[in-house]
Design a protein around this ligand. Sequence first.
Ligand code: ASP
Ligand code: MG
Length: 416
Amino acid sequence: MALYVQKFGGTSVGSVERIKAVAEKVKGFRDRGHQVVVVVSAMSGETNRLTDMAQALNEDPAPREMDMLLSTGEQVTISLLAMALQQIGVPATSHTGAQVGIHTDSAYTKARIQRIETDDLKADLEAGQVVVVAGFQGVDEDGNITTLGRGGSDTTGVALAAALGADECQIYTDVDGVYTTDPRVCTKARRLTSITVEEMLELASLGSKVLQIRAVEFAGKYNVPLRVLSSFEDGPGTLIIAEADQDEDTMEEPLISGIAFTKNEAKLTLLNTPDVPGVASRILGPIADANIEVDMIVQNVAPAGDYTDFTFTVAKGDYKATKKLLEETVIPDLGGGDLRGDDNIAKVSLVGVGMRSHAGVASKMFRVLADENINIRMVSTSEIKISVVIDEKHMELAVNALHTAFGLDKSDIESE
Ligand code: ASP
Ligand code: MG
């Protein structure tokens, strides 16, 4: 007998039929003798619908009222799911975050969980109940309802699993696991049997949206085995585990676990900036002050040693504002310097803990791109990641060529 925390996202509970299907799935686990805590999101589209209504009435709604409003979405699904379970003979009780005792700080719309009371939940489970909990919400010290930020139900699931010492936290969603890369761009992408927490964090922050980043961090911190799987079809999904818990024999041990990519960035270059101390901070200071996040940074070493080129990337949405800042504030301050900008770029990244122990990943990556005649504009590396910036029009070609070259293609692993 195991204790599972099962989280179902918005599309998984998006209609009455879907809620019925979730109830059947939960019943299946219970029939096999397991204890189940279910965490649900609001029905798909509901949180947006509520947000739109708020905006229509007040352009700057008070965060406390937003949380009061948005928490109702999940309250609808917990009660409906409990009813659906009871209908098929499964004893079930619904609980809001406050009723459970999911205590958070008072940072409305982005609250952090501080403590979860588990005594009542455990008693319900022992009494044979399926416990249904509203995701994404909690209660602060003064009894105000709080929410955890968009996508926060994942975090509720993982936090409950940690607090209850569950055997596994299962995140049911509309994809059947974590893929080596986006199957819409690379048809040979394949589902991973498992992936480490660190790799998952890199892939998530690079733009693959399977799980809320905070939930993965939480799972890593509290060592909660986390599994992503489909609520629409049966299958083992993808297990996300700590690197130390990888089983030597059964784990795939690839150099690279996944390829992430984004067209969401733009590149700016200041040519011929003086090569003296303080320049980088004079360029990036005003940008940081404007709350614009800079991702990659490259400073060239000029042959003469007096001047250098300074290149960096920002989110595409910040491109115009950054350009304006450079033109109006930074360039006049530095004196001279030519500005080049390009918002038709893509960033492609290889991610894998295998990189730690193997040299040559970067050179292989560069060779693959060279063979495809793809020019590399920028490079950055970390312990388990190598990213390159290339022209946007080459992105699909690059992802597919790298996917094949690093042995990630579906057909390469027959045993799966
Ligand atoms: N309903 C919330 C949202 O749409 C929380 C969640 O689904 O995880 O962001
Ligand atoms: Mg979600």
